[in-house]
Design a protein around this ligand. Structure first.
Ligand code: SF4
Length: 332
């Protein structure tokens, strides 16, 4: 079956002065099967959000896609323009952001906003659209949906606003949902409920989802598969259990080692990843991670490792000259 999303060789650049361009996302390829949930994880600035924005066709100057393809099912999104692109965006593919207040109009009742999103993609009257909006609020677990539909965004809690955003994203029955740090601004309990809601929606409606997050705990509870980004590239991709049990890339191992563990004694220092993520345009030669990698050898400074299966039996792909084995992993 055709995947819900196929990204091949996606490259995003930021245009500079005198014709210069800096690569922000570099040759990224992945697929997301229908109804599957993939996590795109990495530190801030690793290119996760830019990848999602490029998939949605939302990049604005000086950013642009300079290469690669993005297929939604069989539809080439890069070939779409104007109204054709607008019909797909918010229709077949929708996005949820970290801060719902940035996306919701503070001057309109939330039910009206969802109904408007429904009418943008379906020929239905106002009354029918409002009835569907109330149904969607019910689906996303909002109590008293008819009453809440009449509320303004500021009258709702952060968790409820995010549920409203999810309802709005579902308005046109999308086949793909991109979730950009959708739980970052929420408390831990609400985070968990939103993640559970997204998993339920994906299962019940068969919606493929890509979760962009720096939080490996959130990713673990949500994803079937995880793709790790570093300095604009994918460095590892693996089924979630495999990746947590035995990360193959030293950066993935370091990310897992630096994840907050509330069971550890307070006096124990919180582990961090040595060094800083590189700035775009100032990447080290060879493997971009080599200045921070405890396993680096000379070849790492000279040759860029390609993303490939480390051995025939592995379901993972990893970009490392010395991919870790289960025995070598040090995290945990
Ligand atoms: Fe570390 Fe070398 Fe692997 Fe890069 S290629 S992650 S520097 S061991």
């Amino acid at each position: 079956m055709t995947p819900a999303l196929t990204v091949e060789g996606l490259t995003v650049v930021a245009d500079g002065r005198r014709g210069s361009a800096v690569e922000i996302v570099r040759d990224v390829s992945f697929t997301v099967a229908r109804g599957a949930r993939m996590g795109l994880v990495g530190e801030s600035g690793s290119g996760k959000t830019m990848t999602a924005m490029a998939v949605m066709g939302l990049l604005r100057r000086p950013l642009r896609v300079s290469g690669g393809s993005v297929l939604l099912g069989d539809t080439d999104l890069r070939a779409l323009r104007g109204r054709a692109l607008a019909r797909v965006r918010g229709g077949r593919v929708a996005m949820i952001y970290q801060d719902p207040m940035q996306s919701l109009n503070p001057l309109h009742r939330v039910g009206e906003q969802i109904a408007e999103a429904i009418r943008l993609h379906a020929e239905v009257g106002r009354r029918e659209a409002m009835a569907r909006a109330v149904e969607l609020l019910t689906d996303v677990g909002i109590d008293d949906p008819a009453v809440k539909a009449r509320a303004y965004p500021h009258e709702l809690s952060g968790g409820m606003r995010q549920r409203v955003m999810i309802a709005m994203a579902l308005a046109a029955d999308p086949e793909l949902l991109l979730c950009d740090e959708p739980t970052t601004a929420l408390d831990v309990t609400t985070q968990r409920r939103i993640v559970e809601l997204l998993v339920r929606i994906s299962r019940e409606r068969g919606v493929a989802m890509v979760m962009i997050t720096h939080d490996l705990g959130v990713a673990a509870g949500f994803c079937d598969e995880i793709a790790v980004m570093y300095a604009g590239r994918l460095v590892e991709q693996a089924p979630v259990r495999e990746l947590y049990a035995a990360p193959r890339h030293p950066y993935t191992e370091a990310l897992l080692g630096a994840a907050c563990d509330l069971t550890l004694p307070l006096e124990r220092p919180i582990p961090t990843i040595a060094g800083q993520p590189p700035l775009p345009g100032r990447l080290a030669g060879g493997c971009s991670f080599h200045p921070r990698c405890p396993y680096a050898q000379e070849v790492c400074t000279l040759e860029r490792p390609l993303l490939a299966a480390p051995d025939a039996a592995a379901p993972a792909r990893v970009a490392c000259h010395f991919a870790l084995t289960r025995e070598k992993v040090r995290h945990g």
